[in-house]
Design a binder for this molecule. Structure first.
Ligand code: SAM
Length: 149
């Protein structure tokens, strides 16, 4: 049985498939990429929730060449695709299998940026609230440039 958000039974068809069924998919990612207040060369520590095959992750790591991204996703299949795609970024990308909000990586004041695309809407209202509380706790207050997108 498919897990919420897996979309296709075969994760290897996700990339062309999602572009076909989600209008302006790339523009959605562009909007996320253009939101953070960080400069291109900032060493941004990012958490990405529900990264799927790592499309947005790839764009983040490219847009911010000194960033690191921790990816959390509950789908083994999707993470398998992401692992292959993100190999080129070496240890800048870390993949973790888990279901948020329960498996939200324990962290306080840790991330400069928390992002997610097409994943959080699967949670009911209570679990969304739990997740957003965890996101808030985990964001670094540093210089006021921490952002959830
Ligand atoms: C539609 S895909 C989006 C993938 C990617 N963010 C993108 O923009 O193409 C949703 C992803 O979120 C993951 N997901 C959905 N709900 C989740 C949850 N509660 N915990 C962990 N992963 C979840 C799914 O496994 C899937 O990989």
């Amino acid at each position: 049985m498919k897990k919420p958000g897996e979309v296709f039974a075969d994760a290897s068809v996700y990339d062309p498939g999602i572009e076909a069924i989600v209008p302006r998919y790339d523009e959605l990612h562009d909007a996320i990429l253009n939101s953070p207040p960080h400069d291109r060369n900032d060493p941004v520590n990012v958490l990405e929730l529900g990264a799927g095959t790592g499309e947005l992750t790839t764009k983040l790591l490219t847009r911010f060449p000194k960033s690191d991204v921790l990816v959390v996703d509950h789908s083994e299949q999707m993470l398998g695709e992401a692992e292959r795609k993100l190999e080129t970024f070496g240890d800048r990308a870390t993949l973790e299998r888990g279901a948020f909000p329960d498996d939200y990586p324990a962290a306080e004041d840790e991330y400069d940026l928390v992002v997610s695309s097409l994943a959080i809407h699967h949670l009911d209202e209570g679990r969304k609230r739990d997740l957003f509380d965890a996101v808030y706790e985990s964001l670094s207050p540093a210089d006021g440039s921490s952002t959830a997108t």
